[in-house]
Design a binder for this molecule. Structure first.
Ligand code: C2E
Length: 840
């Protein structure tokens, strides 16, 4: 060894590409094949440490150029390459191409190729050479391109082609193994060398030369041993044996020497054209895909961008190269991008990330889904990163729109029920964990439905938007204002004072403010309107679950409505008690009819001449556990639940049956029954029909049935109620106006309704002797009755003094405890025949 003990070991990085038998990597990665082993032999003698790097040919070249590898075996000398690489002098191998075929095909000249099918390696120098030669000679032959040389030989053995073109090293190996014949025509001769980067490793090249010079002159030298190991020695010798071949080779070599420059220049041109073509192809693909593709070096400067990136930056790809993101994006974006990129380079991992990028002129902000991968050299070192970004802006916008639809109210843009419940859930959890105070406020606009119906839905919508804006302006950012639909708004208040009492006070102040905001007059269709709302509040501490809280705020809101609207009510336990009782009562009432717990009481009515003139029918309910329920308690519930319909029907049936019985008794033929009719009944579309049927069934005299209606029940949907009243009146049924004087007392009704009787309300009778205005009202009603020819009956007459006073004022019909309490039929008959006449 020429290496001295003190000299450091020389390490040579060698590029290995797969081209057996000339060059390949052994199983352990070390250089192998003819040129590989030759180098190993020399290195052993020189004490060089070889480090093999496997790469494809084109990358091997590039790595050599960039100094990543020191030496590349199997490089043909060309003038152009000599500018970038250094070669040694003595060719390590001579190579040429040859044609191989089954026995019988003998190609000695290009002309022998006429009408042959020849397999050629696709994109190879043989292919382009043969194409060119055939064309020049005006010959017709079919070149069959193959993916690999092995494939070409397989086609040959299958009889699908007559010949295969290959470099003779590969061809000879295959031919000898498969008994194929090599044609004597040799073409494309070349000399193969080890090459280094220009001006580098010159001492190594010099050493290689000295070994080659020596060994090529000694049969049995390592050079020939290697050649024979790889089956190339025979080739070398067969070359000598076949004089014709040799001659041709010599001519070829001569050609190489003399006209070599020409051939090589052509080859370089071919290769360049090829590379350019494939680069153009690649660029076309990269420029047409709908993605932003770029390569950045380790300094994060762009090395490559496709057309889309350049278009996004509004410049040419050339103007992008060499610049970093600060040249194209705003400062924040560039900083973020560089941070992301550095992570890729440092961690060496592929990353998928969503980026929001704004250009430096602030012109565009887009969302990208970026995949970034580190690019590595064969030794694993990262030298760049490649990014592929897809514009997902529209997708994100669509997702946002879907989110908006799912969680926000379309009309007002406020959070909808779903989002509210979500936030409430969070607030409630926070309250339970950290005792954070909060409140839920239900806001229901009063009489909004009427307004909507009269002014139209467009105006109604406008109003809701207006209210939403007003409320939104009045709340803090930590609060949530939502619209549940219709005219129902909900305000979730958070971040209230820790102290329960102070929190409560704060909510009260906010609720009053909300009321005021709603009370501010609005201009609707040139008319000023003043709205009001009923507000119910539940503190987060009022419930054990979100459902319960919602229920309780709602309860409080209904309570506010029930107390006359335009007010705030906080949930309290009494509301819960009331609601619970109401629920129990409702359930009991449902069963009351079936269980026969309902019955009727009759309170006699008197007139001056005839004593008893009839009775008012009053509903009674005797519950087995609770005892009697007062009508004032259960009738509103029956009304609200609709149970009043079957109950009222039953009352009418009973009453008509009684009237029919009385009609047969001479003593009470003229008696009438006054039956209370609830608003719900009067508005029921089947009411007239059902009552007609009852009258027919029972054969009761219709003119003895007196239906008591109140003024207030005429207020809603007057038209329908009036129609029913007129239809029934036409059948002979009479009507009394109950509670006359307490409501709106519109004289309009008195004129239009087919009334028979006015009833002076018990409240006037009660204070008749104490309150002069009550006395005035009673007198007025009596006068009205007289002039309109209506009977007037006073109800709730409890004392003799009242009776007397009424009588003196001209009242002639009476009902009240003073005369008789409501009782059973027996009791009614017992009071007959009465003789109650006031003492004069
Ligand atoms: N303080 C006092 N009260 C007297 C006196 N005389 C009679 N009353 C009571 O005054 C009420 C008269 O009935 P109303 O004004 O139609 O008021 C009725 C009526 O609106 C309704 N109601 C009763 N039965 C029925 C029914 O069958 N159907 C419908 N829809 N409502 C009914 O329930 C209300 C209350 O009925 P009741 O509790 O039976 O109460 C009855 C009766 O018991 C008196 O001298 N002093």
């Amino acid at each position: 060894s020429s290496q001295s003990a003190v000299e450091p070991v020389k390490t040579l990085v060698v590029g290995i590409y797969h081209n057996p038998p000339k060059l390949r990597a052994a199983d352990d990665g070390s250089p192998s094949g003819i040129l590989g082993e030759l180098l190993v032999e020399i290195a052993q003698r020189e004490g060089w440490q070889l480090q093999a790097v496997s790469c494809d040919w084109i990358y091997c070249l590039r790595f050599l150029l960039e100094g990543e590898i020191d030496l590349l075996p199997d490089m043909a000398y060309t003038e152009q390459r000599a500018e970038s690489f250094s070669f040694h002098q003595v060719p390590a191998l001579y190579s040429w191409s040859q044609l191989y075929g089954q026995g019988g095909v003998l190609v000695t000249d290009i002309e022998d190729l006429a009408n042959q099918r020849i397999a050629v390696l696709s994109g190879s120098v043989q292919q382009s050479y043969l194409e060119q030669q055939l064309q020049q000679q005006g010959l017709v032959a079919e070149l069959v391109p193959t993916e690999s040389l092995a494939e070409g030989f397989a086609l040959l053995q299958a009889g699908r082609v007559g010949l295969v073109a290959a470099n003779h090293y590969f061809g000879q190996q295959w031919a000898s193994r498969h008994q194929l014949q090599a044609s004597p025509w040799l073409f494309q001769p070349s000399q193969l060398f080890y090459a280094s980067r220009h001006g580098q490793q010159l001492d190594v090249l010099q050493q290689i030369d000295s070994y080659l010079e020596r060994w090529q002159q000694q049969p049995g030298s390592p050079y020939y041993q290697i050649l024979s190991r790889w089956g190339a020695a025979e080739l070398e010798s067969s070359r000598q044996q076949h004089s014709r071949n040799l001659l041709l080779l010599v001519i070829s070599l001569l050609l190489l020497v003399l006209g070599g420059a020409l051939v090589l220049r052509w080859q370089v041109k071919e290769k360049t054209r090829h590379l350019q073509a494939s680069e153009t192809r690649l660029n076309t693909i990269l420029d047409t895909v709908d993605a932003y593709i770029f390569i950045k070096d380790t300094q994060l400067c762009y090395q490559y961008v496709n057309k889309k990136v350049a278009e996004f930056f509004r410049c040419s790809p050339e103007d992008v190269i060499g610049h970093n993101d600060f040249a194209f994006f705003d400062h924040t974006t560039a900083q973020q991008l560089q941070a992301n990129d550095r992570e890729i380079l440092e961690r060496g991992e592929r990353k998928v990330r969503e980026e929001e990028n704004t250009t430096n002129d602030g012109r565009l902000t887009r969302h990208f889904l970026s995949v970034k991968i580190p690019l590595r050299k064969p030794d694993g070192q990262i030298y760049a990163l490649c990014g592929i970004s897809t514009d997902v802006t529209e997708l994100r916008q669509q997702q946002k729109a879907i989110h908006q639809l799912a969680f926000y109210d379309a009309l007002t843009g406020l959070p909808n029920r779903r989002l509210l419940l979500d936030r409430l859930q969070q607030a409630f959890a926070l309250h339970q964990r950290q005792q954070q105070q909060g409140a839920l406020m239900f806001i229901d606009l009063d009489h909004f439905k009427d307004l909507n119906d009269t002014l139209g839905h467009a105006v109604g919508d406008e109003l809701l938007v207006d209210i939403a804006n007003r409320l939104q302006q009045g709340i803090r950012s930590c609060d949530t204002l939502a619209r549940l639909g219709g005219d129902e708004f909900v305000l979730l208040l958070q971040e209230l004072p820790d102290d329960e009492q102070r929190a409560w006070q704060r909510v009260q102040v906010i609720a009053e403010k909300v009321l005021q905001l709603i009370n501010q007059p609005v201009q609707l269709q040139l008319q000023p309107y003043q709205l009001s709302a009923s507000i119910g509040v539940a503190m987060l501490s009022d419930g054990d679950s979100v459902d319960e809280l919602v229920q309780r705020a709602d309860m409080a809101m209904y309570d506010a409505k029930g107390r006359g609207r335009n007010r705030v009510r906080f949930f309290n336990q009494q509301m819960q008690v009331d609601i619970t009782e109401r629920t129990i009562l409702t359930n009991r009432l449902r069963q009351a009819m079936e269980k026969g717990e309902l019955y009727l009481a009759y309170q006699p009515q008197f007139d001056q001449q005839q004593g008893i003139s009839g009775a008012e029918v009053l509903l009674r309910w005797q519950h087995p556990e609770h005892g009697p329920y007062a009508p004032a308690d259960f009738i509103p519930i029956a009304e609200a639940t609709g149970l009043i319909l079957p109950i009222g029907q039953w009352v009418l049936q009973q009453s008509c049956r009684l009237l029919a019985d009385w009609a047969k008794e001479p003593g009470c033929q003229h008696w009438q029954l006054a039956v209370n009719i609830s608003p719900r009944q009067l508005h029921d579309t089947h009411f007239v029909e059902q009552l007609t049927a009852i009258l027919q069934q029972t054969e009761a005299p219709a003119e003895n049935l007196l239906l008591e209606i109140t003024e207030s029940q005429l207020l809603e949907d007057t038209e329908l109620a009036l129609r029913h009243i007129h239809q029934l009146a036409a059948m002979g049924i009479r009507f009394a106006l109950d509670d006359f004087g307490t409501g709106y007392s519109s004289l309009q009704y008195l004129k239009t309704l087919p009334l028979k009787q006015l009833k002076i309300d018990a409240s006037f009778v009660r204070d008749l002797l104490k309150d002069s205005s009550d006395e005035a009202i009673v007198r007025t009603i009596l006068a009205l009755g007289q002039s309109l020819e209506l009977e007037v009956i006073a109800e709730g007459v409890e004392t003799a003094d009242q009776f007397k006073a009424l009588y003196q004022m001209g009242c002639r019909q009476f009902q009240g405890y003073y005369l008789a309490r409501p009782g059973s039929l027996e009791q009614l008959y017992q009071s007959c025949p009465p003789n109650h006449r006031p003492d004069r």
